[in-house]
Structures are given as C-alpha cells and as structure tokens.
Design a protein around this ligand. Structure first.
Ligand code: HEC
Ligand code: HEC
Length: 217
C-alpha cells in the first residue's frame, strides 16, 4: 500500500508539473519526477504477493486458496480469469443477484479484481465429493441439456464447474435462475433451462442438484 501511494503521488506530481507553463521549472520538475520514478520500485499490485494478500480477505468465506468448505459459499479456485472479472463487475453493478458479494465487490478496484482473477485462476478446484446419492435421472438431464457447455458432467476445470460445488450453493443458484431472481447472462443457457423445465418440470432441478452433489472423484 505504501509503495502504491508513493507511486501515485509521484505520478500526480508529474501531472501537475506537466501543466505548468514555465518551461525551465517544468524541465527541472520532470527530471526530478523521472528520478523519483526510477528510484521507486515497480508497483507490486500485480505480483503474486499482493494478489495473495487481496485474496486472503476472501478466505474467511471462500476457504483457503478459494476452496470453500461450505455451506452456501461457492469454491472460486480455478475460475477462469474473464469469468471472474465479469462476475465481480456484475456483483458491483447489481446485474447479478447476491446476498453479500455486491457489497464486497464494490470495495475493490478494477486492478485489484484483475489481480485476484489471476490469483484464483491459478488455484486448483478441489471438489466436495459424495455429498448426495447418485442420481441417474439427473445425469441424463445433464447430458441432454447442460453437457454441451458444462462438459464432462460439469467437472471440466476449463468450464464453469458445477459438480463438487457445495450442494446448498448449487441448489439455490439453480432455483434463483428458475425463479428469475438470477438473470441469465448466457441466452443459450436460458433456452436449455427453459426447455428442460417445459419438458420435465421443476423437479428436474432437484435431480440435477443431486447429480452435481454426487460427484465421487
Ligand atoms: C462474507 C462471506 C464472503 C466473503 C468475505 C467473500 N465472499 Fe465471495 N461469495 C460469497 C457468497 C455467499 C457468494 C454467493 C453470492 C452471494 O450470495 O453473494 C459468493 C460468490 C462469489 C463469486 C461467484 C462465484 C461463481 O462461480 O459465481 C465470486 C467470484 C466471489 N464470491 C469472489 C469473492 C472474492 C474475490 C472475495 C474477496 C475479495 C470474496 N468473494 C469474499 C461470500 C463471500
Ligand atoms: C450454451 C452454453 C450453456 C448451457 C447449454 C448451459 N450453461 Fe450454465 N452457464 C453457462 C455460462 C456461460 C455460465 C456463466 C454465466 C454467467 O457469466 O453468468 C453458466 C453458469 C451456470 C451456473 C452458475 C454457476 C455459478 O456458480 O454461479 C449454473 C448453476 C449453471 N450454469 C447451470 C446450468 C444447467 C443446470 C444447465 C442445463 C440445464 C446449463 N447451465 C446449461 C453456459 C451454459
């Protein structure tokens, strides 16, 4: 933090002198500012240590390295960087419904969010296993309506992993979509969701939740 403040002050000073008309003074100030800039270590914001410090503020709820132990908080380890940034901005703007993240996300700048996105994307998603009994019906529903995007039974770490998230989290997230509380940012997902509910009713959500909770490895 101290380093950041220092660099920002130096930058502000450089900006102010840049507006001055007295050329000599400007030159003098500029070279002084350059010297200061040279002497100042590079901002550490994007480095591992700072990102880790920021990420530590999330650990109370999201677990160590972003692997949640539950009950209703998602694992954020391994989230793809762009997705992480989108989601945080949606929390900020209110486009994504949240109980708590709206308030939390507002406390972070774009750079800080980007740093955390980098940090969490490098962590490994550690699934919670065998939370529910296997659901063959849920498996079939998933295959038909969801597998196209949430691949390998929603376990593919390159996609958005659903299987092995905490069951309460997946459960209410799905119901929030079904009840229109959570808006679909992915139109094709809305189509798949609507089709499934039209063809199999809302009980299909319960079956899917059971399927995702039954992940065994
Ligand atoms: C007080 C508990 C708490 C803290 C602290 C917290 N979170 Fe969250 N987080 C939640 C909950 C609960 C959700 C589910 C959305 C909601 O209801 O707010 C969530 C959801 C998320 C999601 C969405 C995951 C997804 O796949 O949709 C991201 C990303 C996230 N949090 C990032 C963070 C980051 C980054 C921090 C630290 C700066 C943080 N959270 C701190 C409780 C918390
Ligand atoms: C066309 C691709 C596509 C299909 C089909 C699809 N999804 Fe998604 N899903 C996405 C994308 C993209 C996101 C991230 C959306 C966002 O950024 O808000 C997502 C997000 C989710 C989330 C939120 C995860 C979280 O932690 O916030 C859930 C739950 C989900 N999908 C369940 C399903 C289910 C169940 C089905 C099948 C009925 C399904 N999806 C079908 C693309 C798809």
């Amino acid at each position: 933090m101290r380093i950041r403040t220092f660099v920002l002050t130096a930058m502000a000073a450089a900006l102010v002198v840049g507006c001055s008309t007295a050329e000599k003074a400007v030159d003098k100030a500029k070279s002084a500012a350059t010297a200061v800039a040279k002497a100042a270590p590079k901002p550490k914001l994007m480095s591992g240590a700072s990102a880790e410090m920021l990420a530590n503020t999330c650990a109370g709820c999201h677990g160590t390295y972003g692997n949640s132990g539950g009950p209703a908080t998602p694992t954020i380890a391994g989230l793809e960087e762009d997705y992480f940034i989108d989601v945080m901005n949606q929390f900020k703007s209110g486009d994504r419904w949240s109980s708590i993240m709206g308030r939390i996300a507002k406390g972070y700048t774009d750079d800080e969010i980007a740093a955390m996105a980098g940090y969490f994307s490098k962590q490994t998603f550690k699934p919670l296993l065998n939370q529910t009994a296997p659901s063959p019906t849920g498996a079939k529903l998933h295959e038909e309506y969801c597998e196209k995007c949430h691949e390998e039974g929603a376990t593919d770490p390159d996609d958005i992993v659903l299987a092995g998230q905490t069951v309460p989290y997946i459960n209410w997230t799905m119901w929030d979509y079904a009840n229109g509380v959570n808006k679909f940012t992915e139109k094709k997902m809305k189509k798949a969701f609507d089709k499934m509910i039209a063809e199999h009713g809302k009980k299909s959500i319960t079956e899917l939740v059971a399927f995702y909770g039954s992940r065994s490895k």
